[in-house]
Ligand binder design. Structure first.
Ligand code: LMR
Length: 330
């Protein structure tokens, strides 16, 4: 081949390569374990829509719901390995990465989602988004699901009623201690396994927010749901720091703006779904929803007090104090 032609070919190839790099789309895989019609499922879909609209040609978002790509136990590792770029595990599931986030699992700490929001918006709450930064992970925000309700095939009105029963729990030592304080047997199971475990009697009961009870049909395999509101289930939206910092500045800034917008919407959906999914469960007639009296709730709270004693030093007293102050509206 003529020398000049060869050189021209080389230059052309190099140019083509550069152009393709310049136009390379960033693919963000967002993996989660819940259904599409939940606060997190809807949030992931909205994030995809806004990111692809506003960063057209620069960002594509692939959403994998219902543990279809990675389930519990795998998604955090996958994020660290770069196999996914965005996940939103429940705060309970950060147990192995930091003990600080377990503050969110303390029973009866937050009365409602408004109390949780006050803490998450406080300086301590915001600082907790960085509690996993040493592990190479960046917390991008908090998303609500809802307050947890206890369910079983027998009515749970008093803490003694839970004694001897097997309960499915998330991957959290604090939640394990919570059920042990009741004299129950906690079992850590991945979310994708819960329905079957309840159906086949591998476990007798569980604790879940209304939207998960509804969307996973847990109410069809639990005869009673006690309206205990005893704990919070929410998420930390998390990404791989190297990936995030490697994004072009303008893309990262736009994605952060979008996420802030989506977060406000998710938290509104969480409030709405907590009410509407509870109503749908009630209307189904497949389970009985038990209202607990103030005395009954006080008994649960008292029985669960040892959990505070055991976990406050692990979480950090200043974090627990700040959460209590925010929860009380101080
Ligand atoms: C659970 O495992 O019960 C929840 O964390 C699932 C979820 O993501 O809401």
């Amino acid at each position: 081949m003529h020398k000049l032609t060869f050189r021209a070919l080389l230059v052309g190839a190099a140019l083509a390569l550069l152009t393709s790099i310049a136009h390379a789309e960033t693919v963000i895989k967002f993996s989660h374990v819940v259904a599409d019609n939940t606060p997190k499922g809807k949030g992931a879909a909205l994030f995809k829509k806004l990111a692809e609209e506003r960063l057209k040609g620069k960002v594509t978002v692939e959403v994998y719901p219902n543990s279809s790509l990675f389930g519990d136990g795998k998604e955090m590792q996958a994020l660290l390995l770069g196999d996914v770029q965005l996940i939103a595990p429940s705060l309970s599931k950060f147990d192995r990465y930091t003990k600080q986030l377990q503050v969110f699992d303390l029973p009866f700490l937050f009365k409602d989602l408004a109390a949780v929001r006050r803490f998450q918006d406080s300086p301590t709450g915001k600082a907790l988004l960085k509690s996993i930064s040493k592990k190479g992970l960046t917390g991008l925000g908090y998303w609500d699901n809802g307050m947890k309700q206890l369910s079983a095939n027998k009515p749970l009105r008093m803490p003694e009623d839970a004694k001897g029963l097997k309960f499915r729990i998330q991957q959290s030592d604090l939640l394990e201690a919570q059920f042990k304080a009741l004299g129950a047997f906690p079992q850590k199971l991945a979310f994708a396994e819960v329905y079957q475990a309840l159906e086949t009697g591998v476990v007798d009961g569980a604790e879940n927010p209304w939207s998960n009870i509804y969307s996973q049909k847990f109410f069809e395999v639990q005869k009673y749901i006690s309206e205990s509101n005893h704990g919070y289930l929410g998420y930390m939206l998390v990404t791989n720091t190297k990936f995030w910092e490697g994004l072009p500045d303008d893309v990262r800034a736009e994605l952060e703006k979008i996420l802030d917008e989506v977060t406000v919407q998710v938290n509104q959906w969480a409030e709405e779904l907590s009410t509407s999914d509870r109503q749908k469960i009630k209307d189904s007639g497949k389970t009985e929803i038990l209202a607990l009296t103030d005395e009954e709730l006080a008994a649960w709270k008292k029985t669960l007090q040892p959990v505070y004693k055991e976990f406050t030093p692990k979480i950090g007293k200043e974090i627990v104090d700040a959460a209590m102050a925010a929860a009380a509206g101080k």
